[in-house]
Design a binder for this molecule. Structure first.
Ligand code: PNS
Length: 160
C-alpha cells in the first residue's frame, strides 16, 4: 500500500511506487482524502493523473489506484488485505513526520511500514513545493508528469 494525498502525484511518488512494485506482487496507490477539505485537484483528477503515469511506466499490471474518503489507513489495508505500507522518505524531516504514524498504525492493527529512502535527485520534490513553484511561474518540468505540470499551470497561475 502506497498511501498519500497525491494532490498532485509527483516524480517522487512515482519513483516510490515503481520501487514498491519491484518488491511486491501487488501495489495499491491509496489516495486518502478528506471530503470536507477541497484540494487543488479533485479526487477523480488525482486518480487519472496517477493511473496514466503508472501506465506510462508500464506498471499497470501490478499497480492499481483506489481512493478512500475519511477512513483510517489501517481499516483500508485490512479491507484490501494489504499487509505492508510503503513510504518514501526524503530525509530526517520525513522520518520525524512518518515515525509516529508508523508506530500508531502498528499499535492499532499490527500494520507494518517500510521506508524507502528517496532517489537523491528527487529529495526536494513535494506536492506542496511543486504547487508553490508552479503558482509563481516556475518551471516544474520533470518534477511531475507533463500532464500534471500543464494542469498545475492552468489551475494555479492567476488564482489568488
Ligand atoms: O501525502 P500525505 O498528505 O503525507 O499523506 C498522509 C496520509 C494520507 C497517508 C495520512 O494522513 C493517513 O494515513 N491518513 C488516513 C487517516 C489515518 O489513518 N490517520 C492516522 C494515521 S496514524
Amino acid at each position: 500500500m502506497c498511501p498519500g494525498s497525491y494532490d498532485p502525484v509527483t516524480a517522487g511518488h512515482l519513483d516510490v511506487v515503481e520501487r514498491a512494485a519491484a518488491l511486491h506482487d501487488e501495489v495499491v496507490v491509496a489516495i486518502l482524502h478528506n471530503p470536507g477539505k477541497a484540494g487543488t485537484f479533485t479526487v477523480e483528477e488525482r486518480i487519472g493523473f496517477v493511473e496514466r503515469a503508472v501506465a506510462a511506466r508500464g506498471l499497470e499490471g501490478g499497480v492499481r489506484v483506489e481512493a478512500f474518503a475519511a477512513r483510517l489507513l489501517v481499516d483500508v489495508c485490512r479491507e484490501l488485505g494489504a499487509d505492508v505500507v510503503v513510504k518514501g522518505v526524503r530525509g530526517p524531516g520525513d522520518v520525524t513526520y512518518e515515525w509516529p504514524m508508523a508506530r500508531m498504525n502498528r499499535h492499532l492493527t499490527g500494520l507494518e511500514t517500510v521506508f524507502l529512502p528517496c532517489d537523491p535527485a528527487l529529495e526536494h520534490v513535494s506536492s506542496s513545493l511543486v504547487k508553490e513553484v508552479a503558482r509563481w511561474g516556475g518551471d516544474v518540468s520533470g518534477l511531475v508528469p507533463d500532464e500534471v505540470r500543464d494542469a498545475l499551470v492552468a489551475r494555479l497561475r492567476g488564482s489568488d
